[in-house]
Design a protein around this ligand. Structure first.
Ligand SMILES: *Cc1c(COP(=O)(O)O)cnc(C)c1O
Length: 512
């Protein structure tokens, strides 16, 4: 980080090095030198075209974000419709940008479901906030690839700084070291690969053939990305054992202990356990302190999946739910979920980055660099060699809103969800299915005399009717075999009236 001393150390002329040559001011159009074979030089979109196009796009984005609530939130197209509206072949001659922008508007936008819409309540609602969008724009312009430190030093170092800020903001101890991946699915895959490296190091060279069968543990409410990671790592679906949950959908620690002992007795090799803080269906919170103690005692890796819920650790009173997550070996939090950063941006924190490097580092000669002993090379922390400059948008988001601004916004989402939960609790015929530790409410319409599959059908109809209005979009889940409605609040543009309108539409749909 820069400080006054660093300023002083900058020698004369140093400043110029960080400026574009000729000061970066618009110069006169340069004449292209003649091509040695007499052909005209072909190049990028000229500035004279780029500049008005960029302004048009910026204007479009500003108008879009301001008026996104006017669109039907869920795209109203049938499968294949967008594809059929587009030419089958690419053009032979290039086309003008204005035409492309118009087609984007007329032909592509109708097939867009508006995640930035204030009444988007499906899955986990997210916001690509203004500062995040601006960071993404600049990162696209730079088009740098942070595979190794020298391939763009700022990519590596800003990632280190932004993730240290975020770690402190979430109340995690300083030992945790973060890297950014595309999604939580990748982050969890890498975490479990590190677990394999820690517990079954022979596998890296010899593969799994002939090894004791490895086993991971997660609650039956854990995200499917954990199963996918276990399959991808070669352990097969049998390599993950699902631990039962209690009536609030939280992993039962005694069941975990029993399962691990049973597997050890059967000659399996328990490798790691995944605790989910904010499960995808109900946002239930596994008792991570108890789970962590078992993992520690029995020598298993503890991975915490807080892809959505992690953001709420910024609120001191919600953080109590996370107590014990500091025992984890690895933690995933997605800023592209509830931290207002445009997709994609998933953070993997690990206690021992050396273990991730041991799992993934392979340096071919052409990628060796003189700095590799003193600077981080992001390619060593996962499967991908190339790395986008994702830290820029996160850094913009953290700075623009500030810690207080982010806390206030998350807190408001939690309040809105609790209010909605109260309305549901008070309404005759409606029932809430799970506690609301964060900003997601799971419920269903269960009037007297309507049960079983009939009730499932009724709730699906209610959801479809509400979604068909185009005013709001909510999704569903299945719990204990029953169809449930689910509303996740997490968009920066969501106001009370959007939540109450959704509730009104639900009640109308149930009555109709
Ligand atoms: C959303 C979610 C994931 C998957 O996130 P991606 O970034 O889309 O891969 C994993 N775990 C939990 C708990 C989630 O909520």
């Amino acid at each position: 980080m820069r400080n006054a001393e660093d300023e002083g150390r900058e020698g004369p002329g140093r400043e110029n090095l960080s400026q574009p040559q000729d000061g970066g001011l618009p110069g006169p159009a340069r004449e292209d030198p003649p091509h040695p074979r007499g052909r005209a030089v072909v190049g990028d979109m000229p500035r004279a075209e780029f500049e008005p196009a960029a302004h048009a796009v910026a204007d479009w984005i500003a108008g879009y974000l301001d008026g996104v609530g006017e669109y039907p939130v869920l795209a109203r197209v049938r499968p294949g419709e967008i594809r059929e509206g587009l030419p089958e072949r690419m053009p032979e001659e290039g086309e003008p940008f204005e035409v492309m922008l118009r087609d984007f508007q007329d032909q592509i936008l109708p097939g867009v479901t508006h995640w930035n819409h204030p009444a988007f309540f499906a899955y986990f609602s997210v916001t690509g906030s203004g500062p995040g969008v601006l960071g993404e724009m600049l990162s696209a312009a730079l088009n740098v690839n942070g595979m190794v430190w020298r391939s763009s030093p700022a990519v590596t170092e800003l990632e280190e700084v932004a993730l240290a800020w975020l770690r402190d903001f979430l109340g995690l101890p300083g030992e945790f070291d973060g890297t950014i991946n595309d999604t939580a699915s990748s982050s969890s895959l890498y975490a479990l690969a590190a677990a394999r490296e820690a517990r079954l190091p022979e596998a890296r060279t010899g593969g799994l053939a002939g090894m004791p069968r490895g086993r991971f543990y997660a609650s039956e409410q854990a995200h499917s990305s954990i199963d996918k990671a276990v399959i991808t790592l070669g352990f097969g679906l049998d390599g993950i054992r699902k631990i039962p949950t209690d009536s609030s959908f939280r992993m039962v620690p005694q069941e975990l202990r029993r399962a691990i002992h049973e597997d050890m007795d059967a000659g399996l090799r328990p490798l790691g356990v995944v605790a989910t803080l904010g499960t995808t269906s109900t946002t239930s919170v596994d008792p991570v302190a108890a789970v962590g103690e078992i993992a520690r005692e029995l020598g298993l890796w503890l991975h915490v999946d807080a892809a959505y819920g992690g953001a709420a650790a910024a609120l001191p009173d919600v953080r109590l739910l996370f107590s014990g997550w500091e025992l984890a070996d690895s933690i995933v939090v997605n800023p592209h979920k509830w931290l207002f950063t445009p997709i994609d941006c998933s953070v993997l924190y690990v206690r021992d980055p050396g273990m991730l490097r041991r799992a993934f580092s392979l340096t071919p000669e052409y990628l060796t660099t003189p700095e590799q002993e003193v600077a981080r090379n992001l390619m060593d922390y996962g499967v991908a060699l190339g790395r986008r400059f994702r830290a820029l948008k996160l850094w913009f988001v953290l700075r623009y809103f500030g810690a207080k601004g982010i806390r206030d916004r998350i807190e408001q989402h939690v309040e809105m969800a609790r209010e909605l939960a109260d309305w549901i609790d008070e309404a005759p015929g409606w029932e809430r299915i799970a506690p609301v530790p964060f900003s997601t409410v799971v419920f269903r319409y269960a009037p007297p005399g309507v049960a079983g599959e009939k009730q499932d059908r009724l709730n699906r109809e209610i959801m479809d009717r509400v979604n068909d209005t185009g005013e709001v979009f909510l999704s569903h889940t299945v719990l204990n075999g029953r169809f449930c409605l689910r509303m996740a609040i997490g968009n920066l543009r969501t106001r009370w009236e959007h939540v109450s309108r959704a509730w009104e539409l639900l009640q109308e749909a149930a009555g109709g």
